[in-house]
Design a binder for this molecule. Structure first.
Ligand code: NAD
Length: 371
């Protein structure tokens, strides 16, 4: 997602040697620590570095034990556990009021994208700095994007104040993630890589992050699926997920994210599973008109084509296959198409039409082989 006011000079991640070089790339300021098995020490150090003394801990009740572990070196003034996916505005307001009432001076969030999202909603109005400790591969911790849901409509925006000042990755915290969720969340991360390659602010630098992220996820996710508590696989997948999120934060939302945003916001579909299901259909639509992206992905997957590589990985992982299995009704497709068309990036490699988008969603709904 681009920073506000960002100048857009390039539309494709062309390598500098392929022609005149014109692009603007912005790197977000953030400390990142990979500290397997030692999140508590890392979090304590990052809170001290911020000079904070009154920490608000945000962690859903399901992640309560993980949060106890991670914050064992702190004496928080507040523990907030009301976390809801897509951050309903009333949930955000209660967390904001609790932060102000407790006079918190920093937030430590421990959880997946929903938890990080709530911390960002609090930071948006209070300006409090966040130390984020992710427990999924969603990647929200590395972006300045916030999201709030009001009356079933999800609104997103970009504000540097919500970017966590520090992120602590500890692979041991993801050992408890159920394997289906690891797979879906890992493919959500892979979607950041794929979509970044043709997103509106794609450039040669975020293309490198996306490509290396895809390679790490291709190698790491099968290890996680085979041994969900094994640290080498989780570490590799977390590394890939971080690169993926950095690429996405810089390149912005491509067609894939626009489709999933509409499906998640309007029909309340589960975030990670929706991304995991839709991705091959968007890749099949765009690859013929995005040869450099397709070549990069094929290389990252070690496969003759990008789509074959993605499908082989999805089959190894037992990935979710059809939108009808995650709650979409076939009758919802025409309205979803209309909503996506209204926000589809004009720079998408394959021009988006009612016809090709309808075909895409029908195939994804039924779980047909992407063409
Ligand atoms: P989530 O945070 O809702 O977590 C999914 C489920 O996994 C929850 O039930 C949670 O309790 C459980 N869980 C999390 N970590 C666990 C662990 N280690 N062990 C066991 N269970 C665990 O889902 P998500 O996919 O991580 O995040 C989705 C949300 O994040 C969406 O709202 C999405 O829009 C947002 N998101 C935002 C950005 C951004 O840049 N702003 C990027 C990606 C995702």
């Amino acid at each position: 997602m681009p920073a506000m006011g960002r100048e857009v000079l390039s539309r494709a991640p062309a390598r500098p040697e392929t022609g005149p070089v014109h692009f603007v790339h912005e790197s977000l300021p953030q400390r990142v620590r990979f500290q397997t098995g030692d999140a508590a020490a890392a979090v304590t150090a990052e809170v001290e570095r911020l000079g904070a003394a009154r920490v608000m801990v945000i962690a859903g009740s399901a992640e309560g034990e993980l949060a106890d572990l991670v914050t064992s070196g702190l004496t928080p003034v507040l523990r907030h556990d009301e976390v809801v996916m897509h951050v309903p505005i009333e949930v955000a307001e209660r967390a904001r009021a609790a932060a102000v009432e407790s006079r918190a001076d920093a937030i430590v969030s421990v959880g997946g994208g929903s938890t990080t999202g709530l911390a960002k909603a609090v930071a948006l109005t209070t300006g409090l700095p966040i130390v984020a400790v992710p427990t999924t591969y969603a990647g929200s911790e590395a972006t300045a994007v916030w999201g709030l849901t009001e009356a079933s409509r999800k609104t997103t925006g970009v504000d540097p104040v919500v970017l966590p000042r520090a992120v602590v990755y500890d692979a041991t915290l993801l050992r408890s993630l159920p394997v289906e969720l690891s797979v879906a969340s890992g493919l959500n991360a892979l979607a950041h890589c794929v979509d970044s390659l043709w997103a509106p602010q794609a450039d040669p630098i975020n293309a490198v992050l996306a490509t290396e992220g895809a390679r790490a996820l291709r190698d790491g996710l099968p290890l996680v699926a085979g041994d969900p508590a094994g640290l080498p696989g989780i570490e590799l997948a977390l590394y890939g997920a971080h690169l993926a999120a950095k690429a996405f934060a810089s390149a912005g939302s491509g067609l894939h994210h626009k489709i999933c945003h509409v499906l998640g916001g309007r029909y309340d579909l589960p975030h990670a599973q929706t991304h995991a299901t839709v991705l091959p259909y968007v890749l099949a639509l765009n690859a013929p008109n995005a040869p450099e992206a397709a070549t990069r992905l094929a290389g990252a997957f070690g496969s003759p084509t990008a789509l074959a590589g993605l499908q082989e990985l999805r089959s190894t992982l037992g990935a979710p296959r059809a939108l009808r299995d995650v709650g979409l009704e076939e009758a919802d497709i025409p309205a979803a198409v209309e909503d996506v068309l209204a926000i589809a990036p004009p720079s998408n490699p394959t021009p988006v039409t009612t016809e090709n988008l309808t075909r895409l969603l029908q195939a994804a709904w039924a779980g047909e082989e992407p063409q």
